[in-house]
Ligand binder design. Structure first.
Ligand code: CA
Length: 316
């Protein structure tokens, strides 16, 4: 499912080579330069099919890392298997968190995960709460993703179709990994199973921290010393120039509730829900593709900077 998003990202990448000549320019700060200066470093964890940087030029968190850094934050962007089970990705993320703590000399990190990355950060916080100041998830399917259920229902386990699908998806994951200079193991079927309603019910039973006990409420805002936050969007067609809007409009059709094209509004809830209806689709949330988002909504940059300021004011 979210490999679909990566298809979109890669297609957009190929369609817009001129835009890839430069990363978003890092700006100098002239005002409010400690607005995002959190006590602990911020760690950005990508979603399914994601990456830290493609070819070293296209950032997954398009312009967001520099936006946070420009106002004082220390930011690290991690990379795990594009397609794999949450525990596998979570262990890879945990190893990187430990490296970040060693590099910075800090005792904890603030984890922010988009999509499947939000499940990875939950895993890390659950197994090593002593290393985590906060967990923030952006459009993560904490109760499962309807598209994963839809796909799973049509791909019988162990069938020829599953083999073919998993071959292509795993290949895409390997290619993405190579393009980003990593060779993490890929397992598309495990990734798909991790994102179904059943997969998340199992995950939540083992790692319940911050998960709402009601269908669409807030979860615990603090568990084992870790603060939990979440936000998400319910926009679909948000920018006429963005070629990723149309495919997200198609995938949104399988959802029974308001959604961002890949994750439902209520499924995105974790801990303190900051907002669940930004006019953003699943890629807008990380300022993709190439910054093409709605001009009628707060920019992803301002949303991330405001959240860093929230963490700072909470002493995190
Ligand atoms: Ca967009």
């Amino acid at each position: 499912m979210r490999r679909f998003a990566s298809f979109v990202l890669v297609a957009s990448l190929l369609a817009a080579p001129l835009c890839l000549l430069a990363r978003p320019a890092a700006a100098l700060c002239f005002w409010n330069c400690s607005y995002t200066t959190t006590k602990y470093p911020i760690v950005l964890a990508h979603g399914l099919g994601g990456f830290d940087s493609l070819f070293g030029v296209l950032d997954y968190w398009y312009g967001l890392e520099s936006a946070l850094e420009n106002q004082g934050a220390t930011v690290f962007v991690t990379q795990v298997s594009q397609l794999n089970d949450t525990a596998v990705r979570g262990e890879q993320l945990l190893a990187q968190v430990q490296q970040i703590l060693a590099i910075t000399g800090k005792s904890k990190v603030n984890l922010i995960g988009h999509s499947h990355g939000g499940l990875d950060v939950r895993y890390v916080a659950a197994v090593r709460p002593d290393l985590v100041a906060s967990v923030s998830t952006v459009a993560s399917p904490h109760k499962g993703a309807a598209l994963a259920d839809w796909l799973r229902a049509r791909v019988a386990g162990g069938s020829f179709t599953e083999d073919v699908l998993s071959f292509f998806a795993n290949s895409l994951g390997v290619v993405l990994g190579l393009l980003t200079g990593s060779s993490n193991p890929q397992d598309a079927v495990a990734a798909l199973d991790a994102l179904t309603t059943a997969g998340l019910a199992s995950f939540n039973a083992t790692y319940p921290q911050g998960v709402p006990t009601t269908a669409c409420g807030n979860g615990a805002s603090s568990v084992a010393g870790v603060r939990y936050y979440s936000w998400s969007g319910t926009g679909i067609l948000t920018n006429l120039l963005d070629i990723s809007d149309a495919p997200l409009a198609i995938t949104s059709l399988v959802y029974p509730e308001a959604n961002d094209g890949l994750v439902g509004k209520c499924s995105s809830h974790l801990g303190q829900v900051i907002r669940d209806n930004y006019f953003q689709n699943h890629l807008d949330e990380v300022n993709q593709v190439l910054g093409l988002v709605s001009i009628f909504e707060s920019s992803p940059s301002s949303i991330f900077r405001a959240h860093a300021n929230r963490l700072k004011n909470a002493g995190l």
